[in-house]
Structure formats: structure tokens, C-alpha cells
Design a protein around this ligand. Sequence first.
Ligand code: NIG
Ligand code: FE
Length: 407
Amino acid sequence: MNQESLVLYDPIFQCLTLAGVAAKEGRHVTTEDLGIIENAAMVVDTENTRIIWVGKSKDLPTQYQGIVNRYTCETEVWIPELVECHTHLVFAGDRSHDFSQRAAGKTYAEIAAEGGGILTTLSHTRNASFETLFETAQHEIERFQKLGVGTIEIKSGYGLSLESELKILHCIKALQQNTSVQLVPTFMPAHAIPPEFKGRADDYVKLICEEWIPEVAKAELASYFDVFIEEGYFSVPQAELLCLKAIDHGLHIKIHADQFKSLGGTSLAVKLGAHSVDHLDNITASDIQLLSRSNTVAVLCPGASLFTGTSYAPARQLIDQGARVALTTDFNPGTCPSRNLPLMTTIACAQMKMTVAESIAAITYNAAAALGLEKEIGSLEAGKQFRVCQLKAQSYEVLPYYFGELE
Ligand code: NIG
Ligand code: FE
């Protein structure tokens, strides 16, 4: 190893490695699992931006004591860089009118049935130029980054024609070339049934399977495939056809399930070995059991529940039964226009009775697991990427405490 490429950070006021969370693969997280080190030190190899050593400052091995490039961070708390594992970040327009309608008593389903909801964003996004989508999305990524996020999953799904879906996926690719944030692209053509296919959902599913999935996979524009299982959207059998085709083409699976009604999406996700199943506000008791025994990550969206005035997912039951639980903003114009992942920990702790330790694991290690990236990011351990969220604070406990306002 080239000594000149090494950097030493010493001391760091407080460093959370999450080594215990990683060792338990994100299940049954306790405060002890956060691996809290007061007066820590870290050695990083700048050649590959990987952590070489982390521990107590007083235990720094002799071979690193002579490192010339060194920094003191005695006013900082370090935690793994935050991972945002579920967004619909590329879209045009807003849905403030939907919000007004909900405030006046209409439900999400009623607004959608009247042609609003996702279809409003669909028409704005179809009409928007590549450049407009790119600039808006770039600004959104910067907002996430300012709040400690270093990896963001982004779904297509507001185009719903091959041309518009490709516009969004190419936009994500271009965004990746212009940001240090790591982006994970997901193809989500089954987000809603587009107007041209009204009453012909099976024909739309067939088209996605036969033409769109092969084309997107061949162009390597996505790592994941996602589908919205819900009444008025896609059924379990339709989702299964889509996911099997996507798996055939080398894509990994995520599923939106049990947001408003439980239709069996969670069982399908587990059966298919999906990396995550997301929302789960109305998951059944038997599906909680099934999911908790699987490797599929339960991605919860407290911001969407808060914003739509609907019930929160049963985080406590999932965690107590051993599920790997992650938290996300679910950033999108309809159900959660917030880019504030720390705020999601506040809601999760205050409303869903998650502990602070669980909520921190949920936006780092478990969110990384929802993207299949837990061997690379999500904890601060030797061999992992040097991706750190640096807080100007006395304790990591400020993260949920300041209601989404971080320094
Ligand atoms: O995750 N549930 C489906 N998709 C989004 C909402 C999309 C929208 O309303 O525009 C969600 O909540
Ligand atoms: Fe979503």
C-alpha cells in the first residue's frame, strides 16, 4: 500500500461504525449495534476511497501514526452517509392542487379516479423537455445531498410510453455523470395504466414484457424493476408476469405493496426474492411474519403516510419479528414532496415507535441492503467505501431530534 495515498482523521469526536448492524444484517438493531466510538480515528486510502482502519484514537496502530495527511475533526459526529433507497425524482410540475383537494376531504383514490394523481404528473412529464427534467432533478439531488445523502435510487414511471420512459432513464444516466451522489436507476413502467391503455391493462403489461423490458435491459439503463400493486393499478398476477420477465433480463426487483390495500404484493415480493417491498402501511399479520423471515427489506414511507393522512406501516411489529426495516422519503410529487431523509427518522421515532438506533440503521445499512449495496456502503468498516455524513454536533442523537434541520 502506498503510504502517500493515506489520510488520517484523528480525533473524530464521535463515530458510529454500525458494525454491529452489519454483523446482524440489519435485524433486531440495538444502540450497541451502532458501534459508537468516542474519540475515534479513521485511516482512508484516497486511491480507492476506501476505509483502511477505524477505531479508538488511542488504539491507532503504529504503522499509521506517521501518516502525513491528517485532519482533526474534534467537533464532528460521523455516521455512514445516508442512503435514499426509494424516489420518483424525475418529473415535471407539482401536485399542490391534489393536496388542497385532500385537505378538503377527497382521498388519493378519488382524485386518481377523476383523472388526477399520477396521470397529472404524467402529462407534465411527457410534455417536459429533457433539459427541463434534467435541471429540476439535478436541483433535487443537491437538496438530498445537503441533508447527508450520498446514494439515491431513482425510478422512472411518469412517462409510461417507451419514448418518455427512455427520456427519464437517459436523464438519470446524464445526472449520474454530473454528480458525486451515487444513483441507482429503476425502471417502473407499471406505475399506473396510461390513458391510451385505459381498460386494457393486460395489453399494457404485454407490451412492457415483450418490448420495453428487453429494450431497457439491453441498453443497460436500469438495475431494478418496480411495480405498483394496488386496486386500480396492477394486480398480483400482472406484477408477477412483469417481474419474471424483468428477472429474465437481469433486473432486480422492488415492489410497491400494501400502501392502501393489501392485495398479496408482499408474498409475491418474498416469493420472487425482491430486494425490497415498499410502503406496507396495510400489510397483513401473516405477511409481516413471512417478510420478517425473508431477506427482502421492508422499506417504510412515513412521509407518504403523514402527507396523505393515512396509516403508518407497523414498524414495531416488523422489527420485533426480525424484519430488515429501511426508511425512505419516497420523494414524489403526489404523496411525499419532501427530500428530507432525517425528517423521516423523526416521524418514525415519534409516530411509529422506532428507536433512534433502528431509525439510523434504517437510513444507512438497511437502505443500502434494499439496493443490494450493503457490502459497499451503509456502515463505516475497513474495506468499505469512505462515504461519511459529518454532523456538527455533540451526539448522533440530534439526527431525529432537529426535525429535519441538520448542520
Ligand atoms: O410511492 N404509490 C405509488 N407511487 C407513489 C406515488 C406517486 C404519485 O402519487 O405521483 C408512491 O407513493
Ligand atoms: Fe414510491
